[in-house]
Design a protein around this ligand. Structure first.
Ligand SMILES: *Cc1c(COP(=O)(O)O)cnc(C)c1O
Length: 393
C-alpha cells in the first residue's frame, strides 16, 4: 500500500543528511563536551558550530541560544523562568486562548500558584488583535506570550507589532515559533521578541531537542540545576548528537525554505480548493493567503466525526490529524477551534492536513479522490446528516 504522510505539524522525518551526521556523534565522537581531552573537544567544537547554525537561522547571537530537550521544555523555561525571575516586579501574565499546551498549561500552573493570568481571545480566523494585547497590559504585567503560528489552524500572529508594544512598555515578550520555523522567516530582531522557542523535530531534525533564544540582558531563572552546562541555564550533559543534528537541520531549512514554502503553498491551496468544491457542508478553519502557514489545511466537515474520518483515511494509508497530536486520543474538542467560535459539534468533525518536504501533487490528488467518498459513506450512516437534510429540504 502507498502511504501518504500529511501530519508534518506533529513531527517530520529526520533528513538523511542530518541522520548521517548524527550517527558520527553517537559512535565515533562520543566524548563529553565538558571534558578537556581530545574526545571532549571534538564534540564541543561541533556543539558550538550547531549553536551558530541555529543562531544564524533566527538572527540571534550564539550566546543567546540555550539548548533544551525540545519545544516543551523551552516554553517551560521561558515562562516559568521569566515569571520567577520577575516575581518581585509584578505577578500579571498575558497569553492567548490558542497557545500550544506547553504554553497554556504552564501559565495555568502559575495562575494556581500566586500569579494572575489574562487569556486573550482570537477572532474567527484564529488571529489575536494587537489592540487586545495593548488593552490587557497592567502596571504589574511582567510577561506576554503569543505564538508565532498556530499548530492546528496555521494562523500567523502579528508578532512584530505586539513586540513593539512590549518593548515600549518594558515587558518581556515570549514567542513560541515551533511551527513557523522553516516555513516563514523567523528573525528575533524583526519580531521584537525577548524569548523565542524552537524545536528540532518539526524541521526535519531529531526529536528531543529544542532551543530557547534568550535576548542578551534578559534575566530568567533556570528550571534544571546541576553541572552548569548551557551557561547555567540548563544543566545536564548535552544531547550532543541531537543538538548537532538540529544545527544541520537549521542550515538545510535556511537553504531550502524559500523554494519549499512556495511549493507547499501551491499544494495547500490545491487541497483547500479541492475539498471546498468537492464536499458539501465544509468549513475552512483559519485564514486564507499569507496569514496562513504554507503547509496547513484545517477543515470542519459537518455531520461526521473527525475520528471516523481519520480512521477511514488511515485505512487508505493517508496520515492526517484531528487537531493537535497531543489532544487527539481524548474526546475533548480542540481548544483552538472552540476559541475561534466553532460549536463542539462542528469542532468534532475537524481534520488537519499538514504538508511537508516529500509531498507531491499526486498525494493531494489521491486525498481529493478518496476523501469525498469517505465523507459520503460516513454521512450515509449519520443520523445528524439525515436530520439536517430533512430540515433543509
Ligand atoms: C510541537 C510543538 C511544541 C512542542 O515541541 P516538542 O519539541 O514536541 O516538545 C510546542 N509548541 C508548538 C506550537 C508545537 O507545535
Amino acid at each position: 500500500m502507498k502511504y501518504i504522510y500529511l501530519d508534518h505539524s506533529a513531527t517530520t522525518p529526520v533528513d538523511p543528511e542530518v541522520a548521517e551526521l548524527m550517527m558520527k556523534y553517537y559512535v565515533e565522537y562520543y566524548g563529553n563536551p565538558s571534558s578537556v581531552h581530545y574526545f571532549g573537544r571534538q564534540v564541543k567544537k561541533a556543539l558550538e558550530e550547531a549553536r551558530s547554525q541555529v543562531a544564524d537561522f533566527i538572527g540571534a547571537n550564539v550566546s543567546e541560544i540555550t539548548f533544551t530537550s525540545g519545544g516543551t521544555e523551552a516554553d517551560n523555561l521561558a515562562i516559568q523562568g521569566a515569571a520567577r525571575a520577575q516575581a518581585k516586579k509584578g505577578k500579571h501574565l498575558i497569553t492567548t486562548a490558542i497557545e500550544h499546551h506547553a504554553v497554556l498549561d504552564t501559565f495555568k500552573y502559575l495562575a494556581k500558584n500566586g500569579y494572575e493570568l489574562t487569556v486573550l481571545p482570537v477572532d474567527e480566523d484564529g488571529l489575536v488583535s494587537v489592540e487586545d494585547v495593548a488593552k490587557a497590559i497592567r502596571p504589574d504585567t511582567i510577561l506576554i506570550s503569543v505564538m508565532h503560528a498556530n499548530n492546528e489552524v496555521g494562523s500567523i500572529q502579528p508578532i512584530a507589532e505586539i513586540g513593539k508594544i512590549t518593548r515600549e512598555k518594558g515587558i518581556l515578550f515570549h514567542v513560541d515559533a515551533v511551527q513557523s520555523l522553516g516555513k516563514i522567516p523567523v528573525n528575533v530582531q524583526d519580531l521584537n521578541v525577548d524569548l523565542l522557542t524552537i524545536s528540532s523535530h518539526k524541521i526535519y531534525g531529531p526529536k528531543g531537542v529544542g532551543a530557547l533564544y534568550i535576548r542578551k540582558g534578559v534575566k530568567i531563572s533556570p528550571l534544571v540545576f546541576g553541572g552548569s552546562q548551557e551557561r547555567k541555564m540548563r544543566s545536564g550533559t548535552e544531547n550532543a548528537p541531537g543538538i548537532i543534528g538540529f544545527g544541520k537541520a537549521c542550515e538545510l531549512a535556511s537553504q531550502r525554505m524559500a523554494e519549499e514554502s512556495k511549493k507547499l503553498t501551491k499544494l495547500r491551496d490545491m487541497l483547500i480548493d479541492g475539498i471546498l468544491t468537492k464536499i458539501e457542508h465544509v468549513k475552512l478553519n483559519g485564514p486564507r493567503g499569507d496569514k496562513r502557514l504554507p503547509n496547513n489545511v484545517n477543515v470542519s466537515i459537518k455531520y461526521v466525526e473527525g475520528e471516523s474520518l481519520l480512521l477511514s483515511l488511515d485505512m487508505l494509508g493517508i496520515a492526517a490529524s484531528s487537531g493537535s497530536a497531543c489532544t487527539s486520543g481524548s474526546l475533548d474538542p480542540s481548544h483552538v477551534l472552540l476559541a475561534m467560535g466553532l460549536s463542539h459539534e462542528v469542532a468534532h468533525g475537524s481534520l488537519r492536513f499538514s504538508l511537508g518536504r516529500q509531498n507531491t501533487e499526486e498525494d493531494i490528488n489521491y486525498v481529493l479522490q478518496e476523501l469525498p467518498k469517505i465523507v459520503d459513506r460516513l454521512r450515509a450512516m449519520s443520523p445528524l446528516y439525515a436530520k439536517a437534510n430533512c430540515q433543509n429540504s
